[in-house]
Write a protein that binds this ligand. Structure first.
Ligand code: NCD
Ligand code: ZN
Length: 345
């Protein structure tokens, strides 16, 4: 039995740092485990320009603890009025690593998202020409579509056409939650990949709705039925370079989660690697963990693999029921549970 695993330092290919005091308190959790992270731009107001992204990156860097090497990789929030020249300049000067497409109102702080994806085609053409990665929140927002069907519907209504129209555009289908998404990514060319969160590997929708409503298991896209969770586990642990780690760590204060209209988002950063490796262990796929966590993402983004390493060992870790950011309570993913793996460093 493998009791200790040392791998190249992983990266987190999708997360939310927020801004201000909360950002200063959450960045260290990620910087402790990961070498880089793709930082989502859904602030209020959103990060829509090179100048806004450069300033945001500077604020994040101030929050990285002394002596810790961590690089935030910035994304441009695409809107109906995105300036393709500014995006291209931001990418060429290394400010932007990718651009993010939210269908308008799909999730937290996405009101400024794209109202009609086809309207964005001129910007996508420029991204394809300049080889800028597109990250997609893949859910339709139509009120007549059941929330559990919104990802599959997005594939059929938009993603298939988009990928066919821009065959060279590199696309990350983010935080996938369905077997439909797994099948779509596997059937697409090497320019299409996906991130998978720890929560969608651990829970199905019962965890959100059985035994009382469980706000700390609520995120978007919502967890689906068990067959989908099993398909995600197979995809993550199966060795394909098309799937890689993206926590979608989305910190919301405990009181904002436990309210009459609870926020969507799970704060996965503090015990992220412990959470993921548990899944690989359960699937007898520890040998595939480094690929998913540390190698597939850099290969897709065409970035070097981190040179340093981290070690995880088999040991019990009690995850606190509550942590504190800005002096306020926040519930981490797995809060109150005991995990079987420890992050050594
Ligand atoms: C994210 C957030 O809170 O910003 N929430 C979530 O449930 N994942 C937004 C997102 O990525 O959808
Ligand atoms: Zn997200």
């Amino acid at each position: 039995m493998t009791d200790s695993l040392t791998i190249h330092r992983p990266d987190d290919w999708h997360l939310h740092f927020r801004d201000g005091a909360i950002m200063r308190d959450v960045v260290p959790f990620t910087a402790r485990q990961f070498g880089r992270a793709i930082v989502m731009p859904n602030l209020t107001p959103p990060v829509t320009t090179t100048a806004l992204a450069a300033a945001y990156r500077d604020r994040i860097m101030v929050a990285v603890p002394e002596g810790v090497s961590f690089t935030p990789l910035m994304t441009c929030y695409l809107t109906d009025t995105t300036d393709a020249d500014d995006l291209a300049r931001g990418a060429a000067t290394g400010v932007f690593t990718a651009a993010k497409m939210y269908p308008a109102n799909a999730t937290t702080n996405s009101a400024a998202g794209v109202s009609n994806i086809e309207n964005l085609y001129p910007v996508l053409a420029r991204m394809e020409a300049d080889d800028i990665v597109l990250c997609i929140h893949g859910e339709v927002t139509d009120h007549d579509i059941d929330v559990f069907d919104r990802e599959k519907e997005f594939i059929d209504r938009h993603l298939r056409g988009l990928v066919a129209n821009f065959p060279k555009l590199r696309v990350v289908f983010e935080h996938i939650t369905t077997s439909d998404a797994v099948d779509f990514v596997l059937a697409s060319g090497p320019q299409v990949a996906a991130t998978i969160t720890p929560q969608h590997l651990h829970i199905n929708r019962n965890a959100m709705l059985v035994g009382g409503i469980q706000p700390h298991n609520y995120c978007l896209p919502v967890a689906k039925r068990e067959t989908h969770r099993l398909a995600l586990r197979k995809a993550a642990t199966g060795g394909s370079g098309k799937f890689f780690l993206g926590t979608d760590s989305a910190p919301h204060l405990k009181r904002d989660k436990e309210s009459a209209c609870g926020c969507a988002g799970i704060f996965g950063a503090p015990y992220a690697l412990e959470s993921y490796i548990t899944v690989f262990d359960e699937e007898c796929a520890l040998d595939q963990f480094e690929g998913f966590a540390s190698l597939h993402g850099p290969a897709f983004y065409r970035l070097p693999v981190n040179e340093d390493t981290v070690t995880l060992e088999r040991a019990e870790v009690a995850v606190p029921a509550c942590l504190h950011v800005t002096g306020e309570e926040i519930v981490p993913w797995h809060g109150g549970q005991v995990l079987g793996w420890r992050f050594v460093g």
